[in-house]
Design a binder for this molecule. Structure first.
Ligand SMILES: [Zn+2]
Length: 386
């Protein structure tokens, strides 16, 4: 079969042996595969990332001199089953799968390890237990977005925000756009999106952002008065001491009233800020700009060391959360939300290429004004994203 291999930072189309499904595994024909920002990153910096993963206990990440086939955001069609499978999904069934594969005692991430090739290829092997039929006649392009959209769904769930909370999304690349789509699906009424690139701001609007901001021209946190946030430490002091003074005028013991108000959820309003950029300095800029008591959910993956000034975050009582991936249930729910039209990620898709166009697509993704998600269609002859 044909596949795109990456070796020593070079991408090329090569002939590879057909993969063979092992115990509990299924062979798929690849229909579409999204190019992920992490693929762009591992191409250049996998040895550094591998070191970071190893420090977290995961030692199977590729190294640069190995031959690797990327691709973990795919849709496909069942071709054949390996031994010890239940074969409920008949050959020809359109499917997606959580991109992980059992290898003895290890679980490999598909498309990020030399021994577990991904879907920049005509065929790939997946785990039967992680494979799900595509419902509702959903097209393979949108089905391939299940994986990145599941990342957005997990982030939104971990943010624990309510419909009336204001969400501020910093960075409108594929990750930020997925978060915006999923906030919309969650019913969040006010979504503020911020990106320097005009093209990405347009995509943010198409995905459902209500307020779209160019941070070169205005602060994404400037509307704190309108939304009722506390801008700074004096405002927080005023709220605390002022509330005590006001409650003292009531005929009831003030502490009972205060406790009751807390039990009813009367807390200062605060936004939930999604960090979807992942470069050094962004976290501190959010800490500097965000209102008091903001919750910051870090979705963008910064792989360099970064610095923050904790005392500013402390002064503001910033609630900082980091999120990773999604669960198989979140993946399954995302697939069904897309198939039922409850979430619409179609604005993300800005181009499609064949295997011979992957290298050009990687270059094109460097321009944030033109592209968000480029899909690989192994059956296409396109050598430029269109
Ligand atoms: Zn990805």
């Amino acid at each position: 079969m044909q596949a795109v291999i990456c070796k020593n930072k070079q991408l090329s189309v090569a002939e590879r042996p057909d993969p063979v499904p092992g115990d509990g595994q299924v062979l798929l024909k690849v229909l579409r595969c999204g190019i992920c920002g992490s693929d762009l990153h591992v191409r250049q910096h996998c040895d550094h990332w591998g070191g970071l993963m190893a420090r977290s206990g995961y030692r199977q990440l590729m190294s640069s001199e190995q031959e690797v086939v990327f691709g973990h955001e795919f849709s496909g069609e069942v071709l054949a089953h390996g031994p010890k499978t239940n074969r409920k999904l008949k050959p020809g069934t359109p499917v997606v799968a959580v991109p992980a594969l059992r290898r003895g005692p290890d679980i490999d991430l598909i498309g990020l390890s030399a021994r577990t090739p991904g879907a920049y290829a005509e065929r790939l092997v997946v785990e039967e237990s992680l494979t799900m039929p595509i419902p509702n006649g959903l097209k393979p392009d949108l089905a391939a977005l299940t994986e990145p959209m599941a990342v957005g769904w997990h982030a939104v769930r971990r943010a624990e925000l309510k419909k009336n909370d204001v969400a501020i999304v910093i960075g409108c690349g594929p990750v930020g756009l997925a978060v915006i789509c999923q906030l919309k699906a969650r019913g969040v009424k006010t979504i503020v999106a911020s990106d320097f690139a005009d093209g990405r701001r347009k995509l943010a609007t198409a995905c459902g952002a209500d307020v779209v901001i160019d941070p070169a021209a205005a602060s994404p946190y400037a509307n704190w008065k309108e939304f009722g946030f506390l801008p700074d430490v004096p405002a927080l002091l005023e709220l605390a001491i002022g509330t005590r003074e006001k409650l003292g005028k009531l005929p009831l013991p003030w502490w009972h009233v205060w406790r009751l108000a807390e039990a009813l959820g009367a807390l200062p309003k605060r936004p939930v800020v999604f960090e979807c950029v992942g470069v050094p300095g962004v976290l501190q800029s959010i800490i500097d700009g965000a209102p008091q008591m903001s919750r910051v959910v870090v979705v963008g993956v910064c792989m360099q060391a970064d610095q923050i000034e904790p005392s500013i975050a402390i002064n503001k009582e910033i609630d900082l959360r980091f999120v990773l991936g999604y669960s198989p249930l979140e993946y399954r729910d995302t697939l069904h939300m897309i198939a039922e039209g409850r979430v619409n990620p179609s604005p993300l898709i800005t181009g499609t290429v064949g295997l011979g166009g992957v290298d050009a697509a990687f270059n094109a993704l460097g321009d944030p004004n033109r592209h968000a998600k480029i899909l690989v269609d192994p059956a296409s002859a396109a050598t430029q994203p269109a």
